[in-house]
Design a protein around this ligand. Structure first.
Ligand SMILES: [Zn+2]
Length: 270
């Protein structure tokens, strides 16, 4: 499966998730995209009374490693059972099939979450998430320019950036390269640097200060931390590396984020 991720289609993603239903208590639903002939797969896992973690992948159609990493995390039982999960296996099905960043209408879905949603996909996600609160939000991406892994930790001001260090340390400990985020490495819209604190492999973002630079074309993470989650993590696997390595990096990052959420990891890296 992993060997062929560039050849897979969205229907393969759907059938791979459906094949997991017997193995776990996975609940699958198709969420309608109003005004577009497509649906988004939504997977829920775990006891709904537990605190909820949101994990999504594939909002950019040309970043398949996140899609297969998320599936493999569920398949291999790596999601911490102390939480329940709201999982979006592939947020941009038409982009995934076309191998494009944008959806079929040419919209960058991850710049369409402002004002209730400016794409069929964003509208569907925001409607389905209405009144939901999350302990943490994680979005899986790939970066075409990067040679190492990096992450965005996005939260309101006064956030201490408590995920960045343990996660980058876990990646290093597993033998993976981290991206050197020098000032010339582009992260978000022009000007947004004033809202970012960069370190090796991580950028901690002040959501309140960064949002205006997107001019209403907001990414999912920024919208979630406004009302629905205390922190949004965006993981970026380096597209220049082999697919298996990118998937492995994203898996390590998700597992470590959940450990950190559970209060572990802080001593190790203090
Ligand atoms: Zn992306």
């Amino acid at each position: 499966m992993i060997r062929d991720i560039f050849l897979t289609r969205h229907e393969d993603v759907g059938s791979a998730w459906r094949s997991l239903r017997g193995q776990t208590d996975l609940r699958l639903r198709e969420i309608a995209c109003v005004g577009a002939p497509r649906t988004l797969l939504l997977a829920e896992l775990g006891d709904p009374r537990l605190p909820v973690v949101s994990i999504s992948a594939g909002v950019h159609g040309d970043e398949p490693a996140g899609v297969w990493a998320l599936l493999s995390l569920v398949r291999d039982g790596l999601l911490d059972p102390r939480y329940s999960y709201r999982l979006w296996p592939c947020l941009n099905p038409t982009g995934f099939d076309a191998g494009t960043r944008e959806n079929a209408e040419g919209t960058d879905v991850n710049r369409s979450f402002g004002r209730g949603g400016n794409s069929p996909e964003a509208k569907a996600i925001l409607t389905a998430n209405r009144d939901r609160m999350f302990e943490l939000s994680i979005d899986l991406h790939e970066d075409h320019e990067a040679t190492g892994f990096y992450l965005y930790e996005t939260a309101p001001p006064a956030w201490r950036g408590s995920y960045a260090r343990p996660i980058t340390a876990a990646l290093s400990a597993a033998g993976f390269a981290l991206q050197d985020l020098t000032p010339d490495f582009e992260l978000g819209p022009p000007g947004a640097e004033v809202a970012q604190v960069r370190s090796h492999g991580a950028v901690v973002v002040d959501a309140t200060r960064e949002a205006p630079f997107f001019g209403g074309a907001l990414p999912l993470g920024l919208v979630l931390v406004r009302r629905a989650a205390p922190c949004a993590l965006t993981f970026e696997a380096p597209r220049t590396r082999a697919p298996d390595e990118r998937i492995a990096m994203l898996r390590v990052a998700v597992v470590e984020a959940l450990r950190r959420l559970g209060g572990e990891g802080s001593e190790r890296y203090a």
